[in-house]
Design a protein around this ligand. Structure first.
Ligand SMILES: Cc1ncc(COP(=O)(O)O)c(C=O)c1O
Length: 388
């Protein structure tokens, strides 16, 4: 059967089957707040639902929708992106295993892998995954997982997913891709050979900065069963209300991503020509070292831009305090533009020495381009840059 387009799937998939279950033919999936489900016989759960930690119709609709957005078979929704990551790590790894992870990674992911992975005997090696040939040399018989974040956080580095997942599968190693920055609209890692995709749905999929959540998506029945077993056993599920908000956000993902990208491109081009930036990091710029790889594996370059300003911390503070439309806040992917200083905010948990080595210093700023009018965003940046 012909696969429908992204926007059609985002709006219609996982909505109609539930409509049949509603008495009134709702066109929107209802919020099933119930914790438990009455049954007719002790051994038969009603439509497969017995208790809302194990399964809930609103969450089930979202899980189906998430799978559809990634063109994969299975989806699971968690209380946060980090809860989704914890489930992948705990369900698929064991003591003695090694993970090769991208060195440019969301600080919370690094904290989870290093602090808690180590406690459970899981070793983590950080590497620059943009060069897939590096990986070959790092693989040992203990290597069980490669963890990629692409585009990465905060330098928007690109991991060549097809090449990395090919090397991994030749060695029987799982490839996990954090697809939060690209969103499923611009990139589908499962279709590029990855085994597992995770998202912080808090970001683009939710899209309105009003719900925290996470997702795990896979094509493999076996991996799905393992992560689902952990989801029920540990209980880090997304609530019915958050599932509803995330379903609602997902319906407009395609429309929003087009504007996020348009604004991010303009911001990156503007900053690059402003004379105030030492470096601009955006995979859509032809000057980006992995622009060609991004163009090959993504259908767009996303809404995130990082910039190293040509100033000191005081200059950065003056710039930030003169912005009107960009809120100084962690997170990304909402309709409103946000700005942050990774060294003092999202990546504060990365040890100082490591931050220095990676170049995450006080002049580095990360921007999440919202969907406001492009002209207003550029005017705001230009006005604030006068104070640098
Ligand atoms: C790329 C990436 N992955 C994972 C996470 C964690 O998601 P959450 O905050 O929903 O737990 C974040 C949060 O900022 C992120 O940026």
């Amino acid at each position: 059967m012909k696969v429908k387009g992204f926007a059609t799937r985002a709006i219609h998939d996982a909505e109609k089957p539930l409509q049949d279950t509603g008495e009134y033919g709702d066109v929107v999936v209802p919020i099933h707040l119930t914790t438990t489900f009455a049954r007719k016989e002790p051994e038969t759960a009603t439509k497969g639902m017995d208790y809302s930690r194990t399964g809930n119709p609103t969450r089930a609709a979202l899980e189906k929708k998430l799978a559809s957005l990634e063109q994969a078979r299975h989806g699971l929704a968690f209380a946060s992106g980090l809860a989704a990551e914890a489930a992948v790590i705990m369900a698929l790894l064991k003591s003695g295993d090694t993970v090769i992870a991208g060195e440019d990674l969301y600080g919370g992911t690094r904290r989870l892998l290093v602090n808690f992975g180590a406690r459970f005997g899981i070793k983590v090696i950080f590497a620059d995954l943009s060069n897939h040939e590096n990986i070959q040399q790092l693989i040992t018989k203990e290597t069980k997982m490669i963890w990629c974040e692409t585009p990465s956080n905060p330098f928007l580095k690109i991991t060549p997913l097809r090449e990395v997942s090919k090397i991994a599968s030749e060695h029987g190693i799982l490839t996990v891709a954090d697809n939060t920055f690209a969103s499923p609209f611009f990139q589908n890692p499962i279709r590029l050979g990855c085994d597992v995709v995770m998202h912080s749905t808090t970001k683009y999929i939710g899209g309105h900065s009003d719900t925290i959540g996470g997702a795990v998506v896979t094509d493999s029945d076996e991996l799905f069963q393992s992560v689902k077993f952990f989801q029920n056993a540990a209980g880090g599920i997304m609530s019915p209300f958050d599932s509803y908000l995330t379903l609602r956000g997902a319906k407009t993902l395609s429309a929003r991503m087009v504007i996020h990208e348009r604004n991010a491109k303009s911001i990156a081009n503007y900053l690059a020509s402003s004379g105030k930036a030492k470096e601009v990091f955006y995979p859509g710029l032809e000057s980006h070292p992995l622009h060609a790889v991004a163009a090959r594996q993504m259908s767009g370059f996303g809404g995130m831009v990082s910039v190293r300003l040509n100033t000191d911390l005081n200059g950065v503070r003056r710039f930030l305090s003169n912005l009107e439309l960009f809120s100084l806040a962690e997170s990304l992917g909402g309709v409103e533009s946000l700005i942050e200083v990774p060294s003092m905010m999202t990546h504060l948990s990365v040890p100082l020495e490591e931050r220095k080595r990676l170049g995450i210093d006080e002049s580095l700023i990360r921007i999440s381009a919202g969907i406001e009018d492009e002209r207003d965003l550029l005017d705001d940046l230009s006005k604030a840059l006068e104070h640098v």
